[in-house]
Design a protein around this ligand. Structure first.
Ligand SMILES: Cc1cc2nc3c(=O)[nH]c(=O)nc-3n(C[C@H](O)[C@H](O)[C@H](O)COP(=O)(O)O)c2cc1C
Ligand code: SF4
Length: 401
């Protein structure tokens, strides 16, 4: 997918930033990062300055690592690939600046195995800028699959283990790669650092992948706070009347199209019941059954779950089964509170962001598209006339409410 809009981190070079950063003491540098308001672009929006301080605080004589997460776990949101293919040198400068802030001498750029163009661009930029960068930067490839991008799973991969999450604390900032303090930051977050240092600007934009029923699907850079409707317009407008906007990738919620004034921002999206996640905005046209959409998402999540914790391993499978039963004409009113309860368990007891955020699909669709659920359950037909039954009996594993 091509990036279409020229903007800050896609095009900014900040060639002198690294030299300037090295003229600061690490603490001064971190203060400048704090002033810029830079929040993690990998989904959760955690302030970068706090993470940098935590890595320094926990170093205790051990040499920290920097891991730049450029994995693009969501296949529909190739943000890091787009950024690296277009502006790898700036991203690498960002990694070197972060390394200065935490006193790291080694860094990794962690990529999806399918990101061949981005990988070539990074390797070229490392060779071209080795003297300027001044630290060892290595490219590492993940396994493929959605969980390969989760921070504790990616650290397991870098230690030659399977991409499975682990309990936190301890966080990577205190016990990361090889049990050393490790800064794991999205490549998009780190690419802001040269601009923050050289131009002392606020980190005001975010990459977004616009997909679905729009004229020009692709990766765009937009100001944080842009409305979802304006983001869709940026992608050439819609190709059909919209029913919903799916925001945040595979674990993201689906908002009714009437809420297109929702601001694309970490906090506003959370208030709306979804999250930034992979920063994909997918335009869903009228004629799409939302129960079916939710079932497809849970089928994907059930396949991709690393399966190490019960709430997610069992929860994703059960929700998939209940939703498939519902759109196969086997739904009951009692399925709705059951879905709510499963969502509660996943949110409260899952080990990583995958299982904690997935229930936003249930919360938003049940709240914003109640008729799709009601018509499937009570009238036993698809509201859009599009669902084909996939189950001949209900998904029953135990006594049900
Ligand atoms: C299932 C899952 C997949 C993820 N995939 C990515 C990814 O591809 N790229 C990324 O930067 N962060 C991803 N994250 C978030 C990382 O765990 C981590 O929070 C992030 O890399 C930290 O960077 P930040 O502080 O710059 O946001 C994923 C999280 C989850 C739960
Ligand atoms: S929430 Fe899901 S993906 Fe995350 S650790 Fe548990 S089983 Fe693995």
């Amino acid at each position: 997918m091509p990036a279409r809009t020229a903007a800050r981190i896609l095009d900014g070079e900040a060639r002198g930033a690294l030299q300037r950063a090295r003229s600061y003491l690490p603490e001064q540098l971190i203060d400048a990062v704090e002033k810029s308001g830079l929040r993690g672009r990998g989904g959760a929006g955690y302030p970068l300055a706090d993470k940098l301080r935590a890595v320094r605080r926990n170093a205790d004589g051990r040499q920290p690592y920097v891991v730049a997460n450029g994995y693009d776990a969501d296949p529909g949101s190739p943000l890091a690939r787009t950024l690296l293919a277009r502006n790898a040198a700036t991203a690498l400068r960002g990694i070197a600046i972060a390394a200065h802030a935490v006193d790291a001498k080694e860094a990794f750029v962690y990529l999806h195995p399918g990101a061949t163009e981005a990988r070539a661009a990074v390797e070229r930029a490392i060779a071209d800028h080795q003297d300027e960068l001044g630290i060892a930067i290595e490219v590492a490839l993940g396994p493929g699959g959605f969980m390969g991008g989760e921070e504790s799973a990616l650290l397991a991969v870098l230690e030659s283990r399977r991409a499975m999450a682990r309990q936190r604390p301890p966080y990577p900032a205190s016990q990361g790669l090889n049990l050393r303090p490790t800064l794991v930051s999205s490549i998009e977050t780190l690419a802001w650092l040269p601009l923050v240092v050289e131009e002392q600007v606020r980190a005001s934009t975010k990459l977004v992948s616009v997909t679905g029923a729009v004229s020009h699907p692709g990766v765009y850079e937009v100001a944080l706070g842009t409305s979802l409707g304006d983001i869709v317009s940026e992608a050439g407008g819609t190709t059909a009347k919209l029913k919903g906007l799916h925001v945040g990738g595979p674990t993201g919620g689906i908002l009714n199209a009437t809420r297109s004034d929702t601001r694309f921002d970490f906090d506003d999206l959370r208030v709306a019941g979804t999250h930034m996640g992979s920063a994909q905005v997918r335009a869903i046209p009228v004629g799409t059954c939302i129960v079916n959409e939710a079932a497809k998402l849970f089928a994907y999540l059930a396949r991709e779950s690393c399966a190490i914790c019960v709430p997610c391993r069992v929860g994703t499978k059960r929700v998939q089964g209940i939703l498939e039963g519902m759109y196969s004409g086997l739904g009951r009113d009692s399925d709705l509170p059951w879905l709510d309860e499963l969502g509660d368990h996943m949110e409260r007891f899952s080990l990583c962001g995958f299982g904690i955020t997935a229930p936003s699909i249930l919360r938003t669709t049940m709240r914003e598209f109640p008729d799709d659920y009601r018509i499937h359950i009570q009238d036993m037909r698809c509201p859009e006339g599009s669902c084909t039954p996939v189950r001949s009996r209900r998904y029953e594993t135990m006594a049900q409410p």
